[in-house]
Write a protein that binds this ligand. Sequence first.
Ligand code: NDP
Length: 280
Amino acid sequence: MSAQIISGKTVAAVVKDRVRKEVAALAAKGVEVGLATLLVGEDPASHVYVNYKHKDAKSVGITSIDVKLPADATQDDVFAAVDELNARQDVTGMIVQLPLPEGLDGEAAVERVLPTKDADGLHPFNLGRLVLGQPGPLPATPSGIMSMLDHYNIEIAGKVAVVVGRSFLVGRPMALMLGMKGTDATVIQAHSRTPDLAAVCRQADILVAAIGRPEMIDSQYVKPGAVVIDVGMNRSDDGLLGDVAFSEVSQVASAISPVPGGVGPMTRAALLTNTVRLAR
Ligand code: NDP
């Protein structure tokens, strides 16, 4: 079997078209949409991600505001920068690019962002609303994955979903969203202490790998016919690698998202969706 490719690139283009129209409609009513990014330090990958976010924003008519602090910034410097962006009228949404350099508390920085400007959907208030099933900005990566599953008409209700990873950024909100009333997967949340992970993963009709271990999920972890979503972004000498061994798993799965071109573009598209909704 050769799996169908779940192309985040394709779905992200559809989402961006929709956002572009929404931004134009808001502009016609005199509402400008402005996305600010706060980047601390010199991490090269973070610089690349932030540049992409500005490029994306521009491509849909969102004004972007780029704030950078040096690697030796203190927690108070970070809070001051967030406070300033919270106060600006032209900033309708913002993100704090994670991770922050060693010694700085990224979760505290995210908590400092006004929940009404939380474009990443990671503020505890908005995560709480997600737990309660109330509307609000959703964490961008799992939200992007849900849009991708929806676009490809992948049935979720009644299926067993295994999410490997339990970070607050990806794994935990992903498990919540798949198991929400109305979405109705039966969810298993696996992690580094899960015994016999391969056997657990083989129960999955939908397998989401959010681990950060290059190509760890091989065909031994995948039930024939499963849908496999690869969140991993692992930089190596061979380029960007996912958490899934794509060439062998694509022979077993019915559908699979590639790296690059899968979850990454959808995360960025979901950020734009959150930004325009916050402005509205
Ligand atoms: P974290 O490091 O915060 O979390 C990793 C999770 O994987 C943890 O819950 C950890 O378990 C679990 N884990 C680690 N090793 C194993 C193992 N051997 N077996 C089973 N579980 C394991 O990472 P993130 O969630 O932030 O990111 C995960 C991956 O997704 C990374 O590659 C990251 O770069 C990528 N990513 C991609 C995005 C995109 O847009 N495509 C966006 C965000 C992240 P435990 O809790 O027990 O430690």
